[in-house]
Design a protein around this ligand. Structure first.
Ligand code: XIL
Length: 367
């Protein structure tokens, strides 16, 4: 028989341990905790979120996500509004938020034909355009070297058939501009990982174009670390087979793969992808869920997200990050594209920041 104080201590510590275990088993992990041993879970942040304007939302973002992408703050139109003027304030705020909270920050994006500053669009002279291209990449990438993890160096350089997009960059600089952008970025920010980012590159023809593009960068001896599949998909139509084929194909080139702009929208759309220049006209049928998403669609969305995450978990050795394009439905860009002023419901949190069934479905999948 053990002496009384020892027995008491034993009983007490047993009680303490079982209380702790109970507390742990009833405590739900956050998204980032649930996936901690698999891949990062990120979100694109808009300016009020970067500035932590809403404390409840700020706490939710900090709890659920471990990677941040600026939704608009680092795009040319905002960060480089005039030839000799940069506006780093919001981008700096995001970078310091990331450093403070130990979150991985991904820069989005150095070279993109959309949201390109008006002054850049108006440059006529080829040499001046070359100077803009070099200075833009170098100035921004150098500023954040060692402070941010990675850059979407080039965004959306491909057409749907896999050929080079007929953008201002192709027109002024020729097809090697993508390799040149990576070369300049690698020089300016040797500590960052460098990615190519695009939508629909899960689809076979565009995937082939993407593979050609990546190989041309690699063949030139220029560094590229990963490829981001944007992931703007539609309820009931997530192309799982094509996504898997692309993950395997990009990984076979020695690259990390990310889903960088994930949302599963629920509203009618007559085309796929995410080309901001494409619009649709509104009619009586194009905005059906202004009063909230009905249970049937909520369950379908949960099933879609679960199937996608099951696939991503299968390839956790290749997929390094999954970033949602926004935190909650109320802020999603899909409320205003391809039709302005609709009520879309593509994300894991609703307009009151409550988790939707899709959130639970993703958490429940964790290994
Ligand atoms: C979107 C933003 O979410 C909107 O706020 C902005 O008005 C337009 O751009 N592909 C991309 C993202 O790479 O940068 C886009 O973001 C969505 C499509």
């Amino acid at each position: 028989m053990l002496p009384m104080p020892v027995r008491m201590f034993g009983l007490l510590s047993l009680a303490f341990c079982s209380t702790l275990l109970w507390a742990q088993s009833t405590q739900q992990p956050s998204l980032q905790q649930a996936y901690a041993s698999n891949f990062l879970i990120g979100a694109a942040l808009n300016s009020p979120q970067i500035l932590e304007k809403n404390p409840v939302e700020a706490a939710l973002i900090r709890k659920e996500f471990n990677a941040y992408t600026p939704e608009n703050a680092m795009k040319s139109v905002n960060i480089h509004p005039a030839w000799d003027r940069y506006n780093f304030a919001m981008a700096d705020s995001l970078v310091s938020l990331g450093l403070r909270q130990k979150k991985q920050v991904n820069g989005h994006t150095l070279i993109w034909h959309n949201q390109l500053s008006a002054f850049a669009q108006q440059i006529k002279d080829i040499d001046s355009f070359k100077t803009f291209f070099r200075d833009h990449i170098t100035t921004i990438a150098q500023r954040y070297d060692g402070k941010i993890h990675s850059w979407d160096v080039v965004n959306e350089a491909l057409e749907e058939d896999g050929s080079m997009r007929k953008s201002i960059f192709l027109e002024k600089l020729g097809p090697d501009y993508v390799t040149e952008a990576f070369r300049l970025a690698a020089k300016a920010t040797p500590q960052s990982e460098l990615y190519y980012n695009d939508y629909n590159i899960e689809q076979p023809a565009k995937r082939q174009g993407c593979i050609r593009l990546i190989k041309s960068i690699q063949d030139a001896g220029v560094k590229i670390d990963g490829v981001g599949i944007q992931g703007h998909w539609h309820l009931g139509r997530v192309p799982l087979k094509a996504i898997e084929e692309s993950i395997l194909a990009f990984h076979a080139l020695g690259l990390k793969v990310m889903i960088t702009e994930l949302d599963i929208e629920v509203l009618p759309r007559n085309f796929t992808g995410a080309d901001p220049s494409k619009r649709m006209t509104a009619d009586a049928s194009t905005n059906p869920y202004t009063q909230g998403l009905p249970p049937e669609q909520l369950s379908q969305q949960a099933a879609d997200y679960a199937a996608l995450f099951k696939l991503l978990l299968k390839h956790r050795d290749k997929v390094t990050r999954v970033t949602f394009w926004g935190v909650h439905d109320g802020q999603s860009w899909l409320n205003n594209w391809p039709i302005r002023g609709r009520t879309n419901h593509p994300l894991l949190f609703d307009r009151s920041l409550a988790p939707k069934p899709a959130y639970q479905a993703i958490i429940d999948l964790r290994p």
